[in-house]
Design a protein around this ligand. Structure first.
Ligand SMILES: Nc1ncnc2c1ncn2[C@@H]1O[C@H](COP(=O)(O)OP(=O)(O)OP(=O)(O)O)[C@@H](O)[C@H]1O
Length: 230
């Protein structure tokens, strides 16, 4: 991982982050001045009404989109101007992603979906499979390793996506409404498993949600309002 990172420093630091979009000839300032430090291992809930910019903020931290102003530091690296392979490497070495919809590959089974990020990194297949089986088993899917997404329930699919996000031992997991597509009971179970796994792994996390009750289970809650965190 990044080796210039001082363990006492934030894993993510945003300073003066701004993002605007043109909509119907108008400019809307979605992020006006976002400042946020997340420490290693800290799990932060990102709350805000629909359209307040939660996904936009996660895209900034995930180095998924350009067009931001301000400073984005990830694991000690100044990331906002990184491009190409350097940007990809920082993302691959430090970040894991979970979305509202699982985005699993339909033709691959649970284990194969989870090993994918590690294979891309060049980890030997046997090590990838051992890691995948251990993650899936700790999420209660030990008997589902060779099931394809279509053979799994929504909650099971989302747990596979959680295992995939953690496969490379990310320093930080970015989750955008990770249980937003599940019924309340399943959402509670999957979120509890997600939080316990992330804590056990020592990863930090930034989790966008509408759900105050779920947010209260995290270490800290930040709220996006009118383009700033309050
Ligand atoms: N690529 C884009 N082009 C134009 N406008 C955009 C773009 N992406 C986001 N927006 C606008 O930015 C605002 C914030 O969107 P964003 O998806 O970040 O909100 P959100 O808080 O994640 O919402 P939700 O909770 O509904 O997912 C919205 O008004 C949206 O329409």
């Amino acid at each position: 991982m990044n080796d210039g990172h001082n363990p006492g420093a934030p894993i993510v630091s945003l300073k003066g982050l701004k993002r605007s979009f043109e909509q119907g000839g108008h400019r809307i300032d979605v992020l006006r001045d976002v400042n946020l430090d997340i420490m290693p291992g800290e799990i932060v809930a990102l709350l805000g009404p629909s359209g307040s910019g939660k996904s936009t903020l996660l895209q900034a931290v995930g180095l998924l989109e350009g067009g931001f102003e301000g400073s984005i530091t990830i694991a000690g690296s100044q990331a906002e101007h990184l491009a190409g392979d350097d940007r990809t490497a920082l993302r691959r070495d430090h970040l894991g992603f979970v979305y509202q919809f699982h985005h699993l590959l339909p033709d691959f089974d649970a284990r194969e979906n989870v090993i994918m990020p590690q294979m891309i990194r060049g980890t030997p297949r046997a090590d990838c499979e051992a890691r995948a089986d251990s993650l899936l088993t700790s999420l209660g899917l030990g008997a589902r390793l060779t099931h394809r997404p279509s053979q799994l329930s929504g909650g099971e699919q989302q747990r596979v996506a959680v295992a995939r996000a953690l496969a490379n031992r990310p320093t930080m997991v970015l989750a955008d409404e990770p249980t937003g597509n599940l019924d309340e009971k399943t959402s509670d179970t999957v979120l509890a498993q997600f939080l316990s796994l992330v804590r056990g792994e020592g990863s930090a996390a930034l989790v966008a949600t509408h759900n105050e009750r779920l947010a209260a289970r995290m270490d800290r809650v930040v709220r996006l309002k009118d383009g700033v965190l309050v």
